[in-house]
Design a protein around this ligand. Structure first.
Ligand SMILES: [Zn+2]
Length: 265
């Protein structure tokens, strides 16, 4: 799997845009050939590695029960190129040959499949944040919570790892610019949000981080639903000060030896 470092390296090579970095892309002083013009500047090896990581992440959302069928989508950004899962293709059928890349305006720059219908949502998040990867699912507990509250109640300190208790974005039709706008409002200061009557979205500096945040968010939603359905009892909630305190301690979390994202003590 491509690491965040690899994605960042690819990103750096794109912003450097040294002539000849990808000799096929733009011949010096010449107009690129039609086929070469379709190759993103990130370079094919970096794109292939990122695609393999993206497909693995997408399959993980299914294997771990966050996605049923083809109901979620995953993307990863390398410079000005975004690799994204196609619409309507089960993840276990995706191969290296299905690599699908768009530019930041959503125009396909490589591949023949149709991008996910949630592409506007992904592109809006890339435009407004420093996201390098995005995971969107219709995970059942997150979606259930999205129908009940305006914000996930602060039931666990791991909410601080998302920048605070995730908000619920107003409902809007899937794939619409209105949904993208609502999601951006809900994401302010956060790396994850719920989408009302729809699902959840998280982003991160890498596919692994974006995935882990989705899994944590789903777990917190499940936790709150579980605790809040005990008859006659209401769960205790954390104060803002308690969340801030946890957030400070979580500040360095995940940046060291623990690449597996284990539970902080
Ligand atoms: Zn969706």
């Amino acid at each position: 799997m491509a690491s965040g470092a690899e994605a960042q390296a690819a990103s750096a090579s794109v912003s450097a845009s040294a002539p000849g970095a990808d000799a096929r892309a733009v011949p010096a002083g010449g107009v690129p050939a039609a086929s070469a013009a379709r190759l993103p500047a990130a370079g094919r090896p970096a794109l292939d590695a990122a695609w393999a990581a993206l497909v693995a992440t997408a399959r993980r959302t299914v294997a771990e029960g966050l996605v049923v069928g083809t109901s979620g989508n995953v993307s990863v950004r390398l410079g000005d190129t975004v690799l994204v899962t196609p619409t309507g293709v089960p993840y276990d059928r995706l191969t290296a040959a299905d690599l699908l890349a768009v530019d930041l305006r959503g125009r396909t720059v490589h591949g023949h499949l149709k991008p996910t219908s949630e592409l506007p949502l992904h592109l809006a998040v890339y435009a407004a944040t420093d996201a390098a990867a995005i995971v969107h699912t219709h995970a059942v507990h997150a979606t259930a919570v999205s129908t009940l509250v305006d914000r996930l109640p602060p039931i666990h300190y791991m909410a601080a790892a998302l920048g605070g208790p995730p908000r619920v974005a107003d409902y809007a039709l899937y794939g619409s610019p209105e949904l993208a706008e609502a999601a951006l409002r809900a994401l302010r200061g956060r790396t994850g949000c719920l989408l009302r009557n729809h699902g959840a979205l998280t982003y991160g500096e890498s596919l692994d981080q974006a995935y882990d945040r989705t899994a944590q968010l789903e777990w917190m939603c499940r936790l709150w639903l579980t605790a809040s359905t005990v008859p006659g009892r209401a769960p205790t909630l954390l104060t803002e000060a308690q969340l801030d305190e946890a957030g400070e301690r979580l500040g360095g979390y995940g940046q060291g030896v623990d690449a597996g994202g284990g539970e902080p003590g």
